[in-house]
Design a protein around this ligand. Structure first.
Ligand SMILES: Cc1ncc(COP(=O)(O)O)c(C=O)c1O
Length: 435
């Protein structure tokens, strides 16, 4: 059954059965009978093992993973140093609650993140850090912090944005109707405008601010540095700097959601650093601990002044997750951010060749290993059906992909991906598109 569970996986795809295999079929049938139907499984992959960029299913088929478990396993699946840190920490202390007690892995991680935060230093300190368990929880806390600090309650976010699914975070999320439909009223005072263009900010300043949205009532503008679920959209140059300037002019806090774009994925620790803009608050999760559940809110130190008891969580900053994150950060800085940059350039170049070859493929966009293409029909319109077909066919050729936006395929592999693996992913994609 688990043929290679204790040995190394091959570094390229290897399919042994038709898909899904027998064992996968059995587990999927059991899963479907008892788990929430709200889960969105795109294809029938039942994972047993992961190593680097490869995952093995329960029937011994090995896939090249261009998803990293939705942009999470930054250092690759089961990086030996991360696994070792987790094992050691687990043997010492599994939990104590950083809300009520102190422990070293959390102190070390808070210091590292604070030292690297792209905020101006204040008395030698760049940031304060609050630890959470997920991206939604980071954004939830960031809204609370912004309201608490500014004593204002409105929030501005962007169409296509994704910030999580708890009520506060969901109020910011404006990605798909199904994520809101049937769930009743959300946080009041949240407005959305289109993402990424100066035209949208013109609309904000020349229409909304002068009519329905007094800027002095806005606590925060929440923006993704690169819009993730919305399609891996890179904003126009100057867009993020202009938000900074609008925030400064009106006493609004700039919250940058780096849950998907952060932690080295774009070749810099925080994607906002590509534009050299300093936000007030950054939210993190996903890649921060290579797969263990952890998130963080970083703020300029003078903003995080909420009093003891005003915000806390039992599990946030769990010692095992912090130990994994501490190793993750050092691996990112030692080599993986550079690898993300270099492999990302190769990936974009290869995808652009496919775009020249097939008129159904748009030019690539993104930064580092946060890259996407759109699939198009013969008239050049977005073609979600073709995208879904390609994602499904790629799975049957041993390549794991994820969609995003209306008709995009996103490429967010582990940051350890090799040159050869990028080339093989491109070859499989070429074959699948031809089919
Ligand atoms: C930019 C962004 N923010 C927030 C979230 C929510 O994170 P989580 O699923 O950990 O709650 C996501 C998840 O995809 C995301 O991409």
């Amino acid at each position: 059954m688990h043929s290679t569970l204790n040995s190394s996986l091959p570094t390229l795809p290897r399919l042994r059965t038709s898909l899904p295999g027998k064992r996968a079929q059995e587990l999927i049938a059991r899963d479907v009978a008892v788990t929430s139907p709200s889960y969105t499984r795109g294809y029938p992959l039942v994972v047993a093992k992961g190593e680097g960029c490869m995952v093995e299913d329960v029937d011994g088929n090995v896939f090249l993973d261009m998803t990293a478990g939705i942009a999470v396993t930054a250092t690759g699946h089961a990086h030996p140093q991360v696994v070792e840190a987790i094992q050691q920490q687990a043997a010492n202390l599994l939990h104590m609650s950083g809300t009520d007690f102190y422990y070293e892995p959390m102190v070390v991680l808070a210091e590292s993140l604070a030292n690297r935060a792209p905020f101006p230093a204040n008395d030698g300190v760049r940031a304060r850090v609050f630890f959470t368990n997920s991206g939604a929880e980071s954004n939830e806390g960031a809204i609370k912090l912004a309201r608490y600090y500014t004593k204002r309650d409105r929030v501005l976010a962007f169409l296509g944005g994704f910030h999580g699914r708890t009520y506060g975070a969901m109020s910011l999320t404006a990605s798909k109707k199904v994520q809101r439909e049937g769930f009743g009223s959300l946080l009041p005072g949240v407005n959305h405008i289109p993402y990424g263009t100066h035209a949208s900010l013109d609309y904000l300043e020349k229409q909304l601010f002068l009519t329905v949205l007094p800027p002095q009532e806005i606590a925060a503008i929440v923006v993704e540095a690169i819009q993730g679920e919305g399609g891996y959209l890179v904003p126009e140059d100057g867009f993020l700097a202009r938000i900074r300037e609008i925030c400064d002019r009106h006493g609004i806090l700039m919250i940058v959601d780096e849950v998907q774009s952060g932690m080295g994925r774009t070749g810099k620790l925080f994607a906002i650093e590509h534009w050299e803009v300093m936000p007030d608050i950054i939210t993190l999760a996903k890649g921060i601990a290579s797969g263990l559940p952890l998130g963080a809110i970083l703020s300029r130190p003078e903003i995080m002044t909420w009093q003891p008891g005003s915000h806390a969580t039992t599990f946030g900053g769990n010692p095992v997750a912090c130990a994994a994150a501490n190793v993750t950060l050092s691996l990112l800085e030692a080599e993986l951010m550079d690898n993300a940059h270099q492999r990302g350039e190769e990936l974009q170049a290869g995808l652009n060749k496919l775009a020249q070859k097939f008129k159904q493929v748009s030019p690539a966009r993104g930064k580092g290993l946060m890259v996407a293409i759109d699939l198009l029909d013969t008239e050049g319109n977005l073609n979600p059906e073709l995208r879904n077909q390609i994602v499904d066919r790629a799975f049957h050729h041993g390549l794991l992909l994820l969609g995003c936006g209306k008709a995009a395929i996103r490429f967010c592999p582990p940051l350890v991906i090799s040159q050869e693996q990028i080339q093989v992913a491109l070859e499989i994609l070429d074959k699948v598109i031809r089919e």
